[in-house]
Design a protein around this ligand. Structure first.
Ligand code: NAD
Length: 260
């Protein structure tokens, strides 16, 4: 389905990004992995994806909070693959604290990685997509692009920003075969969610089990975590030719959370 295409998935060494990279490789796309992690484990992942799916898998560890690193990654991708066809802006971090106690450095990092990085990747990916008259930009936003939760000011601000960026760019490139959509997962069981449980417990004065039941799953009428495979399947659909008329959407996959 995606053979001959090249996909960059930011933050694909873990969680949702990894599942999307795996799904796209399975569909025949060459993959550029990005994200932090143990070098040997990343090398093993790269080799496994390439061997299992018969595609080229490249890794670039650009820190998405650094515009120069993002630019250098695109130079490398241009030289190796002649640009990218599918861009998945997925890298993200979280921090949970009351706004008047929110560490300034955490605010800056969340805005840089969860929002500004998408501006840089989009501006660098678009010229090649315009030339080819085909492109797919998929933002991994969040239910927090649509609704807020207390103590997540930076994250909610960044994800609402992603929703606005998605719609704006979708309008700018609508006539050029390029679609831009945001996927808004509810709670997905990944390291990002696991790590915020102790912080949320502290901010809300709860036990960690109470956080899982009364905060996380309480938000989702299905009372189930969304799975990384479900998010990857939706990303795969957005990448397909069947989704050519879907653009500028901010699409929940949240077990009914934002239907409240
Ligand atoms: P995760 O922690 O499992 O993975 C995050 C990935 O981003 C990792 O590969 C990590 O190395 C990478 N990353 C972090 N900082 C980076 C940086 N500065 N430069 C490059 N890479 C960096 O998290 P996840 O849950 O898979 O989250 C992925 C995306 O999905 C995020 O944007 C997150 O906001 C979003 N999301 C997650 C959930 C959830 O419940 N897990 C829900 C909604 C949205």
């Amino acid at each position: 389905m995606l053979s001959g295409k090249t996909a960059l998935v930011t933050g694909s060494t873990s969680g949702i990004g990894l599942a999307i990279a795996e799904q796209f490789a399975k569909a025949g796309a060459h993959i550029v992995l990005n994200g932090f992690g143990d070098a040997a484990e990343i090398a093993t992942l790269r080799a496994r994806l390439a061997k299992e799916h018969g595609v080229q898998v490249h890794y670039n560890g650009a820190d998405m909070s650094k515009p120069e690193a993002i630019e250098a990654m695109f130079k490398e991708i241009d030289a190796k693959f002649g640009g990218i066809d599918i861009l998945v802006n997925n890298a993200g971090i979280q921090f949970v604290a009351p706004v008047d106690e929110f560490p300034v450095a955490k605010w800056d990092a969340i805005i840089a990685i969860n929002l500004t990085a998408a501006f840089h990747t989009i501006r660098l990916a678009l010229p090649g997509m315009k030339q080819k008259k085909w492109g797919r930009i998929i933002q991994i936003a969040s239910a927090h692009a649509l609704v807020a939760s207390p103590f997540k000011s930076a994250y909610v601000a960044a994800k609402h920003g992603i929703a606005g960026l998605t719609k704006t760019v979708a309008l700018e490139v609508a006539e050029q075969g390029i679609t831009v959509n945001a996927i808004c997962p509810g709670y997905v069981w990944t390291p990002l969610v696991e790590k915020q449980i102790p912080e949320t417990a502290k901010a809300r004065g709860m036990t960690e089990e109470e956080v899982i039941q009364n905060v996380l799953l309480a938000a989702q009428p299905t009372k189930q975590f969304v799975t990384v495979e479900q998010v990857a399947a939706l990303a795969s659909y957005f990448a397909s030719d069947a989704a050519a008329s879907i653009t500028g959407t901010v699409m929940p996959i949240d077990g009914g959370w934002t239907a409240h």
